[in-house]
Ligand binder design. Structure first.
Ligand SMILES: [Fe+2]
Ligand SMILES: [Fe+2]
Length: 461
């Protein structure tokens, strides 16, 4: 296996035996603080380099004892240990500089600083771009769900280098993430992680499996489980928002949303294979480009994530209900659908409200085998806590939790992905807005404030 396919960020560059002056000059070549320092000495270097670290570049200074014999020994041993790495000797001592000797002993090159800083920088940049250049393929920004486990990963994990914006592989496929790496990732912010685009499916499946396992885990206490699930959902939402706001490219925002959707889709398949089949069929039947499909797919993902975060309802049933909830809109008279709701006559409004029954009829007509709870969630997704909703106007205590979650995700989706001309909100803003609106008009309140607050608690942590 080549060195470049077995690297992590901190071991991409290792340095040892640098004095303060060398450190200062090297600081102009590379972010030295992002690299790994190994204690100067044969034993420690050999134990680390090649065993746990697989650097592309090793900077070696003269060491504290200024011992030439030891320096040569180190060079020879490093050369054997990591034959493909660039081993650079750096010094500020021009008087006692014997380039030829250094190279003879195993160094790739030797540099006098600061004189040759520019040459060194060119060499370093070339190695970095060669190592990452072959990875010019597309990447998917991801959030890793519950990465604490021992299980090996089904995909390569890359980190975006602040240094040059390139992606660098930090965990190769089939390896598990070491605890130190997890700590480092958290420091670097989860959201700068990426996976190769062609490994997307493996990533979606693995993430869904982690979520499903978390839900079924019997060794964790309920509190621990809730905490872990909350953190997973929080991460997914944070990824969605952060990508949207900080690197506001359409492609990236869409990708983060697709991550959530695909993870949930795979989750449904794992948790309930029968519903999963429906889920799949529906998705392909509805057509990706369709606006109402997008709305439903988003509601489905958000509702399922809400259900996970709250520990209420069945995430897979909620996901299915989310996908189906507005299916009947297709049967509403087109002229009503084309109008702005503020222009509706009472008859138009009644026609629109029929979409709930149209949906249920459609499901029955197509003889879809849908769990009872899913049917109930669809039937009640426009009911309100205050009893002022439709079609039945039942009060809050009779609205099932699945329907409440769908309704919330429905409104939430509209605020996060508003129609043209309105500013999209982030998840926290959206939930707070919903909460505020209800509190201003309690006699027509739609949602259970307690539920929204609970969700806010999870997302705000
Ligand atoms: Fe609806
Ligand atoms: Fe809807």
């Amino acid at each position: 296996m080549s060195v470049s396919s077995k690297i992590d960020l901190a071991s991409f560059v290792v340095h040892t035996g640098l004095d303060n002056q060398c450190r200062e000059f090297l600081g102009h070549v590379i972010h030295l603080e992002q690299t790994t320092e190994v204690h100067f000495g044969v034993e420690e270097l050999l134990e680390k380099v090649g065993e746990t670290l697989h650097p592309h570049i090793i900077f070696v200074g003269m060491g504290p004892q200024q011992n030439k014999t030891m320096l040569n020994e180190i060079a020879q041993l490093l050369r054997m240990q990591v034959p493909e790495a660039a081993i650079f000797f750096v010094t500020t001592n021009r008087a006692d500089f014997h380039r030829h000797d250094y190279i003879k002993n195993g160094f790739t090159e030797a540099f006098v600083l600061p004189l040759e800083t520019a040459v060194l920088k060119t060499a370093v940049d070339k190695i970095i771009s060669d190592a990452t250049g072959s990875e010019k393929k597309k990447f998917r920004s991801v959030f890793l769900v519950d990465i604490g486990g021992e299980e090996p990963l089904d995909y390569d994990v890359y980190l975006k280098l602040a240094l040059n914006g390139k992606q660098i592989k930090i965990v190769p496929k089939n390896e598990s993430i070491e605890p130190e790496m997890i700590a480092k990732m958290k420091k670097h912010n989860h959201n700068s992680l990426a996976i190769p685009l062609e490994q997307s499916d493996a990533f979606f499946k693995a993430s869904a499996k982690r979520l499903a396992n978390l839900g079924k885990n019997t060794t964790l206490t309920e509190t621990e489980k809730k905490e872990k699930m909350g953190s997973a959902v929080r991460g997914l939402f944070a990824n969605l928002y952060e990508v949207e706001s900080m690197e506001a490219t359409v492609e990236k925002g869409a990708q983060a949303l697709e991550n959530c959707r695909e993870i949930i889709k795979n989750y449904v398949k794992i948790a309930d294979p029968e519903s999963g089949t429906w889920f799949d069929k529906l998705q392909s039947a509805m057509g990706i480009a369709d606006d109402s499909y997008n709305h439903s797919a988003n509601v489905s993902s958000f509702a399922s994530m809400f259900s996970m975060a709250l520990g209420k309802g069945n995430p897979e049933e909620v996901a299915l209900a989310g996908l189906l909830h507005d299916l009947g809109l297709a049967d509403v008279k087109p002229e009503v659908m084309a109008m702005d709701p503020s222009q509706w006559s009472p008859a138009d409004k009644r026609e629109f409200e029929k979409h709930v029954d149209y949906t249920l009829n459609m499901i029955r007509f197509r003889k879809m085998i849908i769990p009872e709870k899913v049917m109930k969630a669809i039937a009640q997704h426009h009911e309100k806590m205050s009893g002022t909703g439709y079609p039945k106007g039942i009060p809050g205590d009779r609205i099932c939790i699945e329907a409440q979650i769908i309704a919330l995700a429905d409104r939430f989706e509209e605020l996060m992905f508003p129609k043209k001309g309105m500013r999209p909100m982030n998840p926290i803003e959206a939930l707070e807005t919903i909460l505020m609106k209800d509190s201003q008009n309690p006699s027509e309140a739609t949602f259970d404030a307690k539920l929204i607050r609970e969700l806010l608690d999870v997302l705000k942590k």
